[in-house]
Design a protein around this ligand. Structure first.
Ligand SMILES: [Zn+2]
Length: 138
């Protein structure tokens, strides 16, 4: 029976495709579980790191094996603070040293707490209007 054989073959092929797509879905599901577990591991490692920084105060009680990373984190946090100050300063604003409020650089005193406005000094950036030193020739 030609049709019978053909029908059987088609049926087998369909079954194979069915199994393969089933495998694919199962694999995807397992991959997803792996991904979720890996993500949770990353989050927990981060949490351990954050707790460690809090508990050690970032510098004083840090183990020697963690010193380099902790010092780098502290340096990066300082750099971020400077960058944030610069962004504010570009908008003619400074953070009040007394209350933390954003204050206009045109004011002499904070309108909220009365603390004198201190304009930031950026070490590596020349003041506005001043030309940066020419790069060395060559
Ligand atoms: Zn203030």
């Amino acid at each position: 029976m030609v049709f019978g054989k053909l029908g059987k073959k088609i049926g087998e092929a369909a079954q194979n495709i069915g199994e393969k797509s089933h495998d694919f879905v199962a694999t995807q599901k397992l991959q997803h579980e792996i991904h979720e577990a890996e993500e949770e591991i990353q989050q927990r490692i981060l949490a351990i790191g954050k707790r460690y920084l809090e508990e050690t105060g970032r510098t004083a009680r840090v183990a020697d094996s963690q010193k380099e990373d902790c010092e780098r984190i502290v340096a990066l946090e300082k750099a971020i603070a400077v960058l944030k100050t610069r962004i504010l300063f570009e908008r003619d604003l400074v953070i009040c040293t007394g209350c933390g409020e954003e204050v206009s650089t045109t004011l002499k005193f904070c309108g909220k707490c009365g603390t004198a406005v201190v304009l930031p000094v950026f070490e590596d950036a020349p003041p506005a209007g001043e030309k940066p030193p020419a790069p060395p020739a060559g």
